[in-house]
Design a protein around this ligand. Structure first.
Ligand code: TXA
Ligand code: MG
Length: 349
């Protein structure tokens, strides 16, 4: 398949180009586009055949449902059939967090294809805040189903170059709209259950949600890795080729342990790297360490994580020793992704 790569400036959107891309979605084509979280691989959510193409392009297991993206509340009618309680929660939460990085799991409308929802009677919906995403959905004039635009199992794409690397030849269009702001996938909140439950942590945190909903539970993502509730959480995810181990503890102790591990790895002839912070980079050989950003700026760290994971692949890293992030606010979502990338290897010192 020939893939068209089209640059669009998010500050000065070319309407003609976006109209063209929207028409392609309507024709059943696959279009990758930026959102504020990560790039998505989009298709018309009402076109079953187009949706099947998403699974093929990504190599995605059929039992992992897709999120449906909207750019206006009237689009919800085609997708959801909420109970009264869901309706109230949906209104409250969307008032506060939409457009933005929050996906809500609600009861689906029967007309919604089982291919999108993997046969579940619920559907994930999200109203992205990214202006290119909104313009695309508006021109398509249909809801767009879109998983992250990576090959299944790879880190999610936060730059167009990541999408180009993974999906050239497998999709019709890749819109290059610059880097994604948040850099981690949306928070997934199930509002069919009571109390609502966070299935995937993200930039909208449990504290944020509890300002709107009196009660919100978090299954606890460490448990989630063993006994997943959201189909997508059971797959090994976000993984680079290198074997990652996370070290948690007091800063200087972690640094000396990692330095010891580096020495051992070098003795074994392994290509070893460190994932550090701006503040702790000084402990290590600069050529062998990547900075995730400042410890005091979790939003910056979130936006860089997947790019760092992909860089380790480019550097042909065999092993990566990563410093843990504080499990607070967005830091919790970063740790969730890092923990999965490490296949659960976390050592407390
Ligand atoms: O930020 C995001 O959410 C990005 C951008 C493109 O919007 N999309 C994304 O999609 O991360 P994906 O497919 O990579 O992840 C969707 C997650 C999966 O873990 C999936 O299992 C879960 O949402 N999910 C979707 N529908 C669900 C449902 N009905 N019930 C439970 N989990 C659901
Ligand atoms: Mg994904």
């Amino acid at each position: 398949m020939k893939t068209e790569i089209i640059k669009v400036d998010p500050e000065n959107i070319d309407e003609k180009i976006m109209k063209y891309c929207g028409e392609k979605i309507r024709e059943g084509k696959l279009v990758c586009f930026p959102t504020e979280t990560v790039y998505g691989l989009g298709a018309n959510a009402l076109d079953e055949k187009a949706i099947e193409g998403i699974f093929t392009a990504k190599g995605r297991p059929q039992d992992n449902p897709l999120i449906v993206h909207i750019a206006g509340y009237d689009m919800l009618d085609d997708i959801v059939k909420t109970t009264q309680r869901e309706e109230i929660l949906l209104r409250k939460l969307s008032d506060r967090f939409w457009p933005g990085p929050l996906t809500l799991i609600v009861t689906k409308d029967e007309s919604m294809s089982d291919v999108v929802t993997s046969g579940l009677n619920t559907v994930g919906v999200r109203y992205p805040s990214n202006s290119i995403a909104q313009t695309l959905i508006n021109y398509a004039n249909v809801p767009i189903a879109a998983p992250s635009a990576n090959i299944s199992g790879k880190p999610s794409p936060t730059k167009a170059s990541h999408v180009i690397q993974d999906l050239t030849g497998k999709v019709d269009i890749i819109i290059d709209g610059g880097p994604c702001q948040v850099g981690l996938e949306s928070t997934v909140l199930d509002i069919v259950s009571w109390p609502p439950i966070i299935l995937r942590p993200g930039a909208v945190t449990q504290e944020d949600i509890s300002e709107v909903v009196i009660e919100v539970s978090e299954h606890g993502w460490q448990k989630e890795v063993d006994k997943p509730r959201s189909p997508g959480m059971k797959y090994k995810h976000y993984a680079p080729n290198a074997k990652i181990t996370i070290y948690k503890g007091e800063e200087s102790k972690v640094a000396s342990r990692i330095k010891e591990e580096l020495k051992n790895a070098n003795n074994l002839g392994l290509n070893a790297f460190v994932l550090a912070s701006e503040e702790t980079l000084c402990y290590y050989n600069k050529e062998k360490a990547l900075s995730l950003g400042s410890r005091y700026n979790p939003l910056e760290q979130a936006s860089r994580l997947y790019d760092c994971l992909r860089k380790f692949d480019e550097l042909k890293a065999d092993v990566v020793f990563a410093e843990a992030i504080e499990n607070k606010g967005v830091g919790d979502a970063i740790m969730n992704r890092l923990y999965r990338a490490a296949g659960g290897r976390l050592i407390s010192i």
